[in-house]
Each structure stands twice: as structure tokens, then as C-alpha cells.
Design a protein. Structure first.
Length: 189
């Protein structure tokens, strides 16, 4: 398992406007891949999935998967992902077989949650393609994301979370373009 990196210098803050900008950039880039649905990993990926799906004119589906059980800053990654099989089974029933899917989340720490969701999708829906997009990627992650907004080496506070109780808070820098494994920031994948 990949180790997440935390420099412990700050808590990054993603402003609502920057979140909306990132979501629209993701939707614009993923339009060329024509996903049949956007799956958001609950909780943090659901707001992103809703906006991206609306922009693409496809359904948003919430997937319940959890890597860090306790809430709070600087929780250790366990590598164990808890999936809500009953909820997910019902959610996946709405997905067409052999479709292209986009899975989104707020952050990719180790990649364990995204990997678990992709494995379940492969076993239950057999999609023709699964692409992944996140707002932030921890610099320690080796998970092969398709696209993401920011590389981070500290905890990130997202607009839908309660305010952090400790730590120096800094705004994430403005997003100038999405990143991908194949192209440098600001270019299309």
C-alpha cells in the first residue's frame, strides 16, 4: 500500500468557487469519453458527482465506501475499505451493463477506496471502461488516476465538511488546469 504524505505544515482549504471550477473542468474533459453515469464515492465524491453528472446530462450515482472510519484531520490510512454492499447493489442495478463509467471522489490518498469500488464494479456491472477523477491527489499516491486537480501533501478541508478544529488553514492555489498521468498540468488528457 502506498503511504500518504503529510508535511503537517497546514490544512489546505478548497473554496466553493474553486470546487465548482474544478468540477466544470472535469466535466468538460470527461465529455469526450461519454460516460453513461458518474459515480460519486460517499461522502466527499457525491457533490462532485452531482455537478459533473449535471454538466454531462447523465445520472449521478452515490457509492458508499469508506476508508477512514473516524472523521478528523490526519487519520491513518488502514488499507481496509468498508463497502455498503446492500446500498451499492441497489445503486449499481440502475447502471447499464458494459457502459463507460466515471468514478469521482474528493481525494485520492492511497487509492484503496477507488480500487475497491473499481473491483466491485468489474464484478457486478462489467463496465466497458472505468475512468477516475478526483479533486485532490496526495503526492504519495501511486494510484493511476485519469485526471485530478491538485497535488497535495497535507490534509484538505472541503466545502461540505465541518471546519477543522486545529491547524493553520491555507487556501489551495487557483486551479489552472487538470493533471493526468500522461500530460503535464494545463493540457488535455
Amino acid at each position: 500500500m502506498t503511504t500518504r504524505i503529510f508535511e503537517n505544515h497546514r490544512v489546505w482549504q478548497l473554496a466553493q468557487d474553486d470546487f465548482l471550477t474544478a468540477a466544470c473542468l472535469i466535466a468538460a474533459q470527461e465529455a469526450e469519453h461519454a460516460p453513461a453515469a458518474v459515480l460519486g464515492i460517499a461522502r466527499g465524491g457525491v457533490p462532485l458527482a452531482e455537478i459533473v453528472a449535471e454538466q454531462l446530462g447523465v445520472p449521478a450515482v452515490a457509492v458508499r465506501a469508506r476508508h477512514n472510519e473516524p472523521e478528523g484531520i490526519r487519520q491513518a490510512a488502514t488499507g481496509r475499505v468498508l463497502l455498503d454492499h446492500e446500498h451499492n447493489q441497489d445503486a449499481f442495478a440502475s447502471l447499464p451493463a458494459s457502459a463507460r463509467l466515471l468514478v469521482v471522489d474528493d481525494i485520492c490518498g492511497s487509492g484503496a477506496t477507488l480500487r475497491a469500488v473499481e473491483d466491485v464494479l468489474a464484478a457486478t456491472v462489467s463496465p466497458s471502461e472505468v475512468r477516475t477523477a478526483v479533486l485532490c491527489r496526495n503526492e504519495g499516491s501511486q494510484y493511476p488516476l485519469d485526471i485530478w486537480g491538485w497535488d497535495v501533501a497535507d490534509w484538505v478541508h472541503f466545502p461540505w465538511e465541518p471546519e477543522p478544529q486545529s491547524g493553520r488553514i491555507e487556501a489551495l492555489p487557483p486551479l489552472t488546469g487538470l493533471r493526468s498521468h500522461s500530460k503535464p498540468p494545463g493540457t488535455r488528457a
